[in-house]
Write a protein that binds this ligand. Structure first.
Ligand SMILES: *Cc1c(COP(=O)(O)O)cnc(C)c1O
Length: 407
């Protein structure tokens, strides 16, 4: 700890970086905290040496010292350093995922955005920009001739609420051909599962509220980009948008990143096992012991399962390359009726019935509750880090209770 040169020399594993990439920002004597302190100050003393005073207008990157917390603050900066190491690009944090998205569209100010499906809130943000600038929304798979340089291709992957992956290499090639910017909402595929920069992303956005926070207790948005002009402008814009994260959220975020890799790997593996089991039940396959008995019950309630791990064989070829760390902790099922979808959450004991995702606890949502655009038979599952067999038993039990009620 504390020897910054060693981190340059040794290519540490992400799990080590998640604990040590911010060591240089750790408190020095006389305070010797091991856990990060929580700084709540909004304003910070300027350097004592007049030679080190840099007027705000001359700053091009995050200051080497802090001035005012609407610009930068110690705990958020510490989180940004950790995130930059794990996301593989300079990173800024925002007060929420949607304020990050608003900042990205304020930076890019495109005439057209190609986007289909995915998180419904993104359309709210685009609606604000349509009001301000006349921005036009086109389908994600619109013809190349409909896009011009400076337009945006907005790809969410894996996509809400189905948990299915979209082919970044395909959309990156399309963006290059027309001179568009590829913006990737990678919320459902946090670091450890995929790196959208390896597949041509220009800007990667996360709702840090989900896996980066990981405990359902902080709102956070993230933008990362390797384009230095973008980064410098985003930093300047954020000062005036005012959409910085609070100090407590920055502190919670640093605490959370320590376990990001463990949490995401465990949740993703749990989801993959549950999806394999559920799709086995639906299809009458018998990969797992007891699936025959469970399958008959599950089949009466569940019509289909969607997740990146059960996409077509052709898709799985590129998905395995794009998501080398796992297929993600969110999947969806289609219940056999709207009534079953409405009632299933009330039968589950280990799954909270709530919106959002990405916490250590498993959640289920009858998605019609918060998204008017989805099929009313759809249930979205956000899998946590409980023992997967317990989650399986809970789902099976819920199906049996629904059957007893006469389905
Ligand atoms: C939750 C979510 C957002 C919005 O993030 P907030 O932090 O709630 O503002 C954006 N995109 C996706 C895919 C999300 O799941």
């Amino acid at each position: 700890m504390g020897d910054s040169s060693s981190s340059d020399a040794i290519p540490y594993h992400p799990s080590t970086l998640a604990i040590h990439a911010d060591d240089d920002l750790a408190t020095s004597a006389p305070a010797t905290d091991i856990a990060p302190p929580l700084h709540t100050s909004t304003t910070f003393s300027y350097p004592g040496d007049p030679a080190h005073l840099v007027p705000a207008a001359d700053l091009t990157s995050a200051a080497t010292y802090h001035i005012y917390s609407r610009h930068t603050a110690p705990t958020s900066t510490r989180l940004e350093l950790l995130l930059a190491t794990l996301i593989h690009a300079p990173t800024l944090t925002y007060s929420s995922g949607l304020s990050a998205l608003f900042a990205a569209y304020t930076l890019l100010n495109p005439k057209r955005v190609a986007i289909t499906g995915g998180y419904h809130g993104a359309y709210g943000v685009l609606g604000l920009h349509t009001r301000l600038s006349g921005l036009q929304v086109l389908p994600l798979d619109c013809a190349e001739s409909e896009l011009r340089p400076g337009d945006v291709i907005h790809v969410e992957t894996p996509v809400n609420p189905s948990g299915e992956a979209r082919n970044l290499a395909h959309y990156s090639a399309k963006a290059k051909t027309v001179g568009a910017v590829l913006l990737v909402d990678a919320t459902f595929g946090p670091p450890g599962l995929q790196d959208p920069f390896d597949f041509g992303a220009d800007i990667v956005m996360h709702s840090g509220t989900k896996y980066l926070g990981g405990h359902s207790d902080m709102l956070c948005g993230v933008l990362a980009t390797r384009n230095q002009d973008y980064y410098a402008q985003l930093l300047k814009d954020r000062l005036f948008l005012g959409s910085v994260m609070g100090s407590l959220e920055g502190w919670l975020g640093v605490r959370s990143i320590r376990t990001l890799e463990l949490r995401v790997a465990a949740a993703s593996q749990n989801a993959e096992k549950l999806v394999l089991w559920l799709s086995g039940c639906v299809e009458g396959a018998t990969q797992y012991p007891c699936v025959e008995q469970m399958g008959a019950d599950v089949q009466k309630v569940v019509a289909s399962v969607s997740h990146a791990s059960v996409q077509s064989k052709d898709d799985l070829e590129w998905i395995r390359k794009q998501m080398p760390g796992g297929f993600g902790p969110v999947f969806a099922i289609m219940a056999r009726s709207e009534g079953l979808a409405r009632r299933l959450p009330s039968k589950l004991r280990l799954f909270g019935h709530a919106t959002s995702l990405g916490g250590v606890e498993s959640l289920v949502e009858w998605r019609a509750m918060s998204d008017a655009t989805v099929d009313r038979k759809l249930l979205r599952f956000s899998i946590g880090i409980e023992r997967w067999e317990d989650l399986r038993a809970d789902i099976w039990n819920a199906c049996k209770e629904l059957i007893l009620e006469g389905v």
